[in-house]
Design a binder for this molecule. Sequence first.
Ligand code: DHE
Length: 565
Amino acid sequence: MKGYRLVGLALGLLLGAWGLVIGCRQPESASDGQGVPAEAISLTEEEFARAKQLFFNYCAGCHGTTRRGATGPHLLPEAPEGSTYPGTRQLGTAAIKAFITNGTPGGMPDWGRQGILSEEEIDLLARFLQLPPPPIPPMNLEDMRASWKVHVPVEQRPTRPQHNRNWRNFFGVVLRDAGKVAIIDGDTKELVSIVNTGFAVHILRSSASGRYFYSVGRDGKVTLIDLWMDPPQMVAEIKGAYDARSVDVSKYKGPKGDFIDKYAILGGYNPPHFVILDGLTLEPLKIIRTSGYDVNEGAFYDEARVASIVASHHDPLWVVNVKETGQIWLVDYSGVAQGKVSIDVLKAEQFLHDGGWDHTKRYFLVAANNKNKVVVVDVQEKEVEAIVETGRRPHPGRGANFYNPTYGHLWATGHLGDNTIALIATDPGPNQWKVVKKLELPGVGGGTLFIKTHPKSRHLWVDRTLNNDPELQRTIYVFDTETLELVKELKIPESIPNARAVHLEFNQNGDEVWVSAWGRKDDPSTNAILIYDDRTLELKQVIQGDWLITPTGKFNVYNTANDIY
Ligand code: DHE
């Protein structure tokens, strides 16, 4: 049987220094700082294929398929020139296994301790990571067309809602490890339907009218769900990448045309490209590769992945954030029907990830998380307005907008790598685009993935899903947006064991907050949706059921279509 073989070199291991840099625990075998013994790395074809899949499932998001690093450090056999992180061959199997098992305070999950990866899988990954990364296969329009299905043609879809429910207050709930999306009625809290969306579905976005949900998964599949049908169901699907994280829609209606529900856009991690799709059928119309040169060193990145995408309400534009190069592409879709897509490329900062609009929806704020910064784009003037240092690894989700009597309008982000919430002033004046205040979460470390508020709420809600402490992972923090005091810490009830609290979403009225208790995929009793009263901060309802497996993101139709956060 053909095997993959490589002899690890006995290079001096500077793990002690590296451990300090990322604050990690040092594995025993390397704690003397003298280096690890040479080891022979050998994987059979079958092992290599399994390890590749495990890497895709758990690691590629942060470290990249070609392993050059992004949110997490590079994982290349030899350290690239100038890198402060050693090569994986220098680290050796024991050290790599320790990282995968225990995670790091910088936000890397403790895959072993959580029991998500077995010892055998961790060993396999640790050996795989010392071999060169496999190449990214291409994907073209024909491949996409082969996967494209329209289940219900547009002319057979209803012309008005087929049910009497308040569909604008529906919640689409991602059931991550079930590969499904649940549609829940936000008024009655009843399960309305479950749609098979595909592997590790990641996010949903609402069409501009709110009638459709678009899902995107880590298998690069986009599905289109019609909420007017009874029950709501998938009406089209397409695979537009091998690995993807983002999808959005055209939201502009004005003098330049009516693009409501006209187009969708899929952002690919692998291949690194975006695809413009017909909004009602998902027919692929145009692919554009995002490979390019980074804004700092000018190094070429074939793997320049599309991170967040947001649609402007004021112009026929998408803001496409290219992670590795740090470029922000403003993509004008008004000429797609004439075969024309014009793009302005802005030089921002590397490792762009997630972000959201300020309250005026003129400025888009996006985290360059591995650079500890937030980039502010003036989408109206098509320029980078500011780059703000906020804290260690900002992770805003979409961020949160609120008015504070002292500081005016603020946009807020939490951090993966520290326990602060940075408040950035957005009103014109001397403080604009400055961090005017940092709120502190109690306890050690960050791990915040999402924060949220609503124009009708006086509260800022914060999770801490990736903290290393299992108790803090279960805790939600609520701040008063006027006094900026921490007013309540809410824990997942003990009757729901082994769950982390993740992602917060308001209902349409802005008086309820839905939180996911993200548990084990093989045990429904560890999973739930917790519904809190935003005025009293009391838990008012718990949704559970055999169908509710690993809920993560929740998307309220009205708030998502209108970018309310
Ligand atoms: Fe996400 C948003 C990428 C891990 C749940 N996530 C995003 C966005 C990106 C991204 C680029 C912004 C999309 C947009 O706005 O267009 N996410 C990644 C990763 O690369 C990463 C770090 C690692 C990976 O392997 O995927 C990652 N994400 C996760 C999770 O582990 C989460 C908690 C559960 C899951 O799906 O596996 C998760 N990400 C989410 C959610 C949003 C999101 C719920 C949307 C937040 C919102 O309120 O809009």
